[in-house]
Design a protein around this ligand. Structure first.
Ligand code: NAD
Ligand code: UD1
Length: 308
């Protein structure tokens, strides 16, 4: 049995990871400022500390005695990184370095952190593998890429272990649909079930590689196991994706069909910093970390609609 800190553990992905670790018999601590996360997402078995990754003392205290840290706290919206540049940068960049340095001071414990497909930006070498050149086109993507660079340097400078998981577009229960900055599937499902019209930014021809949250929790868990069996001084990145390219227009049609709604969507200007094609190569996750994201979009959407 191990003790893990999850930053951002009261959020969508973090709370599923907390459930997974608790089911495995591990102890879970969560550091979360509840800016987008919710106390109700967490089991009472998890120890929630309300505080910010912008506060080094809060991180140090919550990490004391931990065997590893999952760093998921961030402003997760590309659009918000453009609307609130400096504020987002503080959390997504400085906050991450705060967590990495605290992990060094806590005995160089291993760190698995949430990177993103957004680091590939307008690199069009589809499907994107980890060896492709990062070319972020949003502040969010730039900060996630900077975290990878810091982690790679810290692995060798301090003999630490880091895994940066490049999540593609994650969806599933507990993804909060209530803000315009929320993930597209949560917004579309919420609107479709309320018989309201879906709104598409741009032509709807932009594509994403959707991955169900249970697969992401497994990938995080296995990445930590990978770091525990790997010598110090290691830094690995891995895509967390299925390798399936789906357009936003097709997604909208599938969700309205499953929800029994027949309305056509409305179209608006494209968002700045919006990637046109995003689909990843999942081989490294499978070969090195030992997980294949098998849950299909159709099965995942049905599970989400049943949960709603
Ligand atoms: P989320 O908004 O549900 O979770 C983020 C959590 O971080 C929330 O609980 C929030 O309250 C917390 N948080 C934010 N700022 C904080 C701060 N200063 N201090 C402490 N806690 C803070 O989003 P999510 O979708 O679960 O994203 C989790 C991670 O995965 C993020 O790092 C995000 O960038 C990354 N990611 C998400 C996706 C996706 O499709 N959802 C894809 C790629 C990467
Ligand atoms: C998402 C994640 C980001 C992650 C990235 C990895 C969220 C909020 N964002 O960003 O954390 O790093 O994937 O690939 O989880 N759209 C509409 N209508 C809507 C909402 C969105 O057309 O109502 C479009 C957007 O313009 C975009 C696509 O749907 O083209 C996906 O948008 P969104 O869910 O916000 O995700 P990303 O920007 O891809």
């Amino acid at each position: 049995m191990a003790t893990y800190l999850i930053t951002g553990g009261a959020g969508f992905i973090g709370s599923h990871l907390a459930d997974r670790l608790l089911a495995n018999g591990d102890q879970v601590r969560v550091l979360d400022d509840l800016s987008t996360g919710h106390r109700d997402n967490l089991s009472t078995e998890a120890n929630l500390i309300v505080g910010s990754i912008c506060d080094p003392n809060a991180i140090r205290d919550s990490m004391a005695g931990c065997d590893g840290v999952f760093h998921l706290a961030a402003v997760a919206s590309v659009q918000k990184s453009i609307d609130c540049w400096a504020e987002t940068h503080q959390v997504n960049s400085q906050g991450a370095v705060n967590v990495f340095e605290a992990a060094k001071n806590a005995g160089k414990i291993p760190v698995v952190f949430a990177s993103s497909a957004a680091i590939y930006g307008d690199n069009a070498a589809i499907p994107l593998s980890e060896t492709e050149t990062p070319r972020p086109i949003s502040f969010y993507g730039a900060d996630k890429r900077a975290n990878e660079v810091h982690a790679g340097l810290a692995a060798s400078a301090y003999d630490m272990r880091f895994a940066g998981l490049r999540f593609f577009n994650v969806y599933g229960p507990r993804q909060d649909p209530s803000s315009p900055y929320s993930g597209v599937i949560s917004i579309f499902v919420n609107l479709a079930l309320a018989n309201r019209q879906l709104q598409i930014f741009g032509t709807g021809e932009q594509t994403r590689d959707f991955v169900f949250v249970a697969d992401v929790a497994t990938a995080l868990h296995r990445a930590m196991a990978y770091l525990h069996r790997t010598p110090k001084g290691c830094f690995i990145t891995a895509n967390v994706c299925r390798g399936q390219e789906v357009s936003i227009l097709d997604l909208a049609r599938e969700i309205t069909r499953l929800a029994g709604n027949t309305d056509e969507p409305a179209f608006h200007d494209a968002r700045p910093g919006d990637i046109m094609r995003s689909v990843g190569d999942p081989s490294r996750l499978h070969n090195d970390i030992g997980h294949r994201a098998d849950i299909s979009l159709e099965d995942g959407l049905r599970a989400l609609l049943d949960w709603e």
